[in-house]
Design a protein around this ligand. Structure first.
Ligand code: ADP
Ligand code: CA
Ligand code: CA
Ligand code: CA
Ligand code: CA
Length: 423
């Protein structure tokens, strides 16, 4: 019997099932390097995980690399893939040192830093808003030259943490200070070399609805596999609650989004793997990139949106690429299955979470494919612009986009985080 391929999956949280399920479907065995905050007992639970390899990538990347190379010499594996944003540079470096398929370290560094993404887009002649990189808390005055409203954000953040819309010049100093403080409390400028120097980016507000594009890229050839609708997010904070796929947009706008996303891969030098790209449609028509992540979006849930809406088994295809194989959709046209809605319950006021009200009915609904509770009761949830976790996500399948939207609106009305009484 031919040996089953083995892939090292780095930092994929085990409560998110999608990548683990895809590995099982594709017949790929996983060596999981758990994320530091993953629960020890759930890390090895997925069927596809044949080995758990705890390495301290955040605190000791050099030691982790030595241990990984040691493990490789004992018994080689076929590839390595990133399961979250922060480990992208580590995975690129490990792939290079072990001679496996992956991003160059240069490309990995570019997509970890919103300032360098902006710079590369601009140099490639692609759309980018005016921006100013603020290198220290007092440097905010330089951003007064931008056209307002602007958005203030960490240069290498995630989950809209510390992302603030500012409408007038008088409010800029305070917003920059607030974002800076969040960068410090969340240690976003990690000292381990996995993250770029921390800093604040101020950029002009892109007015228009938002979409997300999930792509596969192998040897520089890009396929945009799915485009999802995020809708109008006007701020001042940008809590993401909603996604629907496939986005209902005219063919020429879809084509323009694809062209912009493919161009961004080339501009960033992203040549292998899978990506999650966020795009604003300025005036409803002109795509401008917000950012790209060189990994599956949303802890893996973007996989399911693509899988149903396009038929492409995104996570399995991504793993194939990292194993040095050609994705199946390079030679076979997949069949779309249906429409998908993803809903993340809003954190709202924040507080100590008691439970999610309304979830029982959701679990029993035949349209619902997944209910994932990533935060346990008793956890202190911070309100935006801070972020400490998504309480629950629900993914459902529907016959039409209208039905998907109707169900999403129903969830918005019926699901709520219940907090413990204060005092
Ligand atoms: P993060 O890495 O935290 O997700 P993003 O740059 O993607 O950071 O910002 C989070 C959200 O904030 C985006 O999805 C978008 O809705 C909003 N946003 C960020 N920058 C802009 C901008 N220049 N114009 C309009 N909206 C923005
Ligand atoms: Ca197992
Ligand atoms: Ca984002
Ligand atoms: Ca991001
Ligand atoms: Ca996002």
């Amino acid at each position: 019997m031919p040996q089953r391929p083995k892939l090292v999956l780095v930092g994929q949280l085990s409560v998110y099932p999608w990548v683990f399920e895809a590995a099982e479907r594709a017949g790929i065995d996983l060596i999981l390097i758990p994320r530091g905050d993953d629960s020890a007992e759930s890390a090895g639970r997925a069927k596809a995980v044949v080995e758990v390899l705890p390495l301290d990538i955040e605190e000791n990347p050099e030691g982790a690399l030595i241990a990984l190379a040691e493990r490789y010499r004992r018994e080689p594996f076929g590839g390595i893939m990133a399961g979250n944003e922060r480990v992208v540079p580590f995975v690129a470096r490990a792939a290079r040192e072990l001679g496996l398929t992956g991003l160059t370290e240069e490309a990995a560094a570019v997509v970890r830093d919103k300032r360098s993404m902006r710079q590369h887009l601009r140099e490639a002649g692609l759309g980018a808003p005016g921006f100013v990189a603020v290198e220290d808390p007092d440097g905010w005055t330089e951003a007064l030259t931008l056209r307002f409203p602007v958005v203030v954000k960490p240069a290498n953040g995630h989950s809209s943490l510390g992302v603030i819309r500012v409408d007038d010049k008088d409010s800029l100093e305070q917003a920059v200070a607030r974002t800076w403080k969040l960068i410090e409390t969340h240690h976003l400028g990690a000292a381990d070399g996995s993250a770029p120097e921390s800093g604040v980016l101020v950029e002009e507000y892109l007015d228009g609805p938002e979409v997300s594009a999930e792509s596969l890229v192998r040897d520089g050839r890009v396929r945009v596999c799915g485009i999802s609708w995020k809708g109008e997010l006007a701020g001042p904070y940008f809590e993401e609650t909603t996604l629907r796929a496939p986005a209902q947009l005219p063919a020429e706008i879809l084509a323009a989004i694809e062209a912009e996303v493919i161009g961004a891969h080339h501009a960033f030098g992203v040549t292998e793997g899978t990506t999650h790209t966020e795009v604003r449609l300025v005036g409803g028509v002109r795509p401008v990139l917000l950012e790209m992540g060189a990994r599956i979006g949303g802890g893996g849930f973007m996989h399911h949106l693509v899988h149903l809406s396009s038929g492409i088994d995104l996570a399995a295809e991504a793993m194939r690429i990292h194993l040095g194989q050609e994705p199946l959709c390079w030679s076979e046209e997949p069949e779309p299955v249906g429409h998908v809605a993803a809903y993340q319950v809003a954190v709202g006021s924040g507080g100590r979470m008691k439970r999610i009200r309304g979830l029982d009915a959701v679990r029993d609904d035949p349209r619902v494919d997944y209910v994932v509770e990533a935060v346990s009761p008793g956890t202190l949830l911070a309100p935006y612009p801070d972020h400490s976790g998504y309480p629950v996500m629900v993914i459902s399948r529907h016959e039409s986009d209208a039905e998907a939207e109707e169900y999403r609106a129903h969830l918005e009305r019926t699901l709520h985080v219940e907090y413990e009484e204060q005092g």
